[in-house]
Write a protein that binds this ligand. Structure first.
Ligand SMILES: [Ca+2]
Length: 281
């Protein structure tokens, strides 16, 4: 069990996302310890990303959209302020809060206005608008080819809302955390809100049920004890990674982080202690 940190010095090539500048750099990276994570700085800068269904997409400060291919970001068409990928497909919102979904290789605008969307649910879609009203789409309409999709409003107000295997999690404008009970692909509205302890500025839920969030000072927290029978889990545990961070997503055992400067980190679970950690077991 790794219980201490040691600095790792590495070399790499950094590609400036949205520009054509490449340069070498040396970075110092703190490997995590208590979470059993090993983090790697990957090329580029982003302001937001989302991982789901084995894919990773992100947007930069110029609203340019990128898809991760290996360790390289590939620019794709369009401009978005928020992008999300998952079992519901690839969706996004632009600076005018127009909503787009990827269909046959093109962005198609659908009816409505949202500032943030999440496609990570059980093939349903959720999102919030500029007034923090909360909306969702059931699976049948998520995959319909129609553009006049019937968003269902959910009571309450959230600034960020994300869904995964065991339901949906969100935070409001005073960073209170809520879990939505009994959400499924045909009942995206769920049944009721359950207040969860703590304060987070954003929370992301993965398709394997993991829930991670960021607090007001950029620290990462993981929700422990989540299961089918206890989807709310038991407690928040601090993930000991050097930050501060402004955005995250989790999929397939990989925690994706963006720090306050826009640097992107890929953090993977390590079953055994890495060479840069002290094994005091
Ligand atoms: Ca997501």
């Amino acid at each position: 069990m790794c219980t201490a940190q040691r600095k790792r010095r590495g070399h790499g090539t950094l590609a400036v996302v949205g520009k054509t500048v490449f340069f070498s750099f040396i970075f110092n990276l703190l490997n995590t310890s208590n979470a059993g994570l090993q983090c790697t700085l990957i090329p580029g800068w982003l302001k937001q990303l989302d991982a789901g269904a084995g894919q990773v997409y992100g947007v930069n400060d110029n609203d340019e959209i990128y898809r991760l291919n290996g360790n390289d970001w590939v620019n794709i068409q369009g401009r978005l302020i928020h992008v999300s990928v998952g079992l519901s497909g690839l969706w996004g919102a632009n600076r005018g809060n127009n909503i787009y979904k990827m269909q046959d290789g093109n962005w198609v605008q659908v009816a409505g206005a949202l500032k943030q969307v999440d496609a990570g649910g059980r093939a349903h879609l959720v999102g919030v608008n500029g007034a923090d009203n909360v909306y969702c789409l059931n699976q049948d309409t998520t995959f319909s080819r129609g553009t006049n999709v019937p968003f269902i409003q959910i009571d309450g107000n959230l600034k960020y809302y994300s869904c995964g295997l065991y339901g949906c999690w969100g935070v409001n404008n005073i960073n209170d955390i809520y879990h939505r009970l009994n959400v499924n692909s045909e009942n995206c509205k769920g049944s009721e809100w359950r207040r969860v302890d703590g304060k987070l500025v954003m929370v992301e839920t993965s398709s394997d049920g993991a829930v991670y969030g960021i607090n007001t000072v950029g620290q990462i927290y993981k929700r422990e004890g989540i299961s089918d029978s206890n989807p709310i889990g038991t407690k928040w545990s601090l993930v000991n990674i050097f930050g501060p961070f402004k955005h995250l997503s989790y999929d397939g055992g990989i925690l994706w982080l963006i720090n306050k400067d826009g640097n992107i980190f890929k953090c993977e679970d390590k079953k055994t202690c890495c060479e840069f950690c002290i094994n005091d077991a």
